[in-house]
Design a protein around this ligand. Structure first.
Ligand code: SF4
Length: 287
C-alpha cells in the first residue's frame, strides 16, 4: 500500500514485511503486547482491567515517549498478526474479563483493525486510544465500529509540537479529529461507573509547558459543553534516559495544582485528575 493514513502523508510504500514512513511499520499489524491493564482511567478498567492491545510503531515519535521500546520504528520484538489473529487476541482478552478493548496507538494499522471489528459483535466497548494526530477522513472509516475515542490532545501550540514531536501542525489536525470523534459517539454515556460510549480527551502536562496546557484547556472548554466529553489531566510525565532541558524533570506539584485550578475556572468538571503517585515508571507496562 502507498500510505497516507495519517497527517504525516508519507506516501510510503508499506508491504506486509516492511515500512518506510515515519511510523516505520509494515502494512501487516504488529502487536507488541496484549494484557489486562489496570492503570487506565477507572471508567475503563472495571474489575479486571482494560483489555489493552499495544500496537508497535507510532506516527508521532515524541522524544519523551514512555513506550519507546515499542513505538520506535525498529520495535523488533513484536509479533505480526492478521485479521483473524487480531480477532482472537480480542476474544482472549474478553474471556479473561476485560472491561473494554483498549486499542493503543492503532492509527497506522487502521486498515487491519477496521477489518477485525467489522461484522463482529464484541460484548465490551471498543476504545480507540490514540495520540490525537489523525485525519478526519481516516477516522470516518471507523464510524459505527468504535464506541469510545480516547485521543491525546498533546499540544495547542506549534512550538512544543515541533520541538518534541516534529509536528508543528499537530493542533490543526487534532482540533479537526476530535470533533469528528464526537460526531460519531455523541455525548458520553456512563453506567455503574463504566464508560459505554463517548470521547475522553487526555492531556499530559509537560514540565515547563504550562502555556501549552492552558491553551489545550481553553480549546476543550470552548469547543464542548458540560456533559459532552470527559477530560483527563495527567501528571504522569516521567523523564526518559537522556532527557535534557525542560524534559529532564517531572511536573511539580505547583504546576499541577495551577493546571487543575485553571481547568476548573474554565468550567471543566467532567473527568479525571491524577495524584502524584502516578508519576512513576511502574505505570508504564513492561514490554
Ligand atoms: S501511517 Fe505511517 S507511513 Fe502512513 S502516513 Fe502515517 S506515518 Fe506515514
Amino acid at each position: 500500500m502507498i500510505c497516507n493514513l495519517c497527517p504525516r502523508d508519507c506516501h510510503a510504500v508499506r508491504t506486509p514485511d516492511s515500512g518506510g514512513g515515519v511510523c516505520g511499520m509494515p502494512s501487516a499489524a504488529v502487536v507488541a503486547k496484549s494484557m489486562l491493564h489496570r492503570w487506565e482511567e477507572p471508567c475503563l478498567t472495571g474489575e479486571h482491567g482494560a483489555g489493552a492491545v499495544f500496537f508497535a510503531g507510532c506516527s508521532l515519535q515524541c522524544n519523551y515517549c514512555q513506550n519507546r521500546v515499542i513505538s520506535r520504528p525498529d520495535a523488533a520484538r513484536c509479533q505480526t498478526v492478521d485479521v483473524a489473529g487480531l480477532r482472537e487476541t480480542f476474544r482472549n482478552l474478553i474471556r479473561r474479563g476485560a472491561a473494554c478493548l483498549d486499542l493503543v496507538t492503532p492509527t497506522h494499522f487502521v486498515h487491519v483493525v477496521r477489518e477485525a471489528l467489522r461484522g463482529e459483535q464484541y460484548p465490551v466497548p471498543v476504545v480507540w486510544n490514540s495520540g490525537g494526530y489523525e485525519k478526519p477522513d481516516t477516522l470516518r472509516t471507523l464510524d459505527g465500529l468504535v464506541q469510545i475515542y480516547m485521543p491525546d490532545l498533546k499540544y495547542a501550540l506549534p512550538e512544543p509540537a515541533q520541538a518534541y514531536s516534529g509536528a508543528a501542525d499537530y493542533f490543526r489536525w487534532a482540533a479537526a479529529a476530535i470533533p469528528e470523534m464526537f460526531r460519531q459517539t455523541g455525548r458520553y454515556r456512563m453506567e455503574n461507573g463504566q464508560l459505554l460510549s463517548g470521547v475522553l480527551i487526555r492531556h499530559l502536562i509537560l514540565p515547563g509547558e504550562m502555556e501549552n496546557t492552558r491553551r489545550v484547556i481553553d480549546w476543550v472548554s470552548r469547543t464542548f459543553r458540560p456533559g459532552d466529553v470527559l477530560f483527563s489531566l495527567m501528571r504522569q510525565y516521567t523523564p526518559q534516559p537522556g532527557a535534557t532541558g525542560r524534559l529532564a524533570r517531572r511536573v511539580t506539584g505547583a504546576e499541577y495544582r495551577a493546571a487543575v485550578a485553571y481547568m476548573r475556572n474554565c468550567g471543566i468538571t467532567d473527568g479525571y485528575t491524577q495524584d502524584a503517585a502516578s508519576a512513576v515508571s511502574d505505570y508504564t507496562p513492561d514490554f
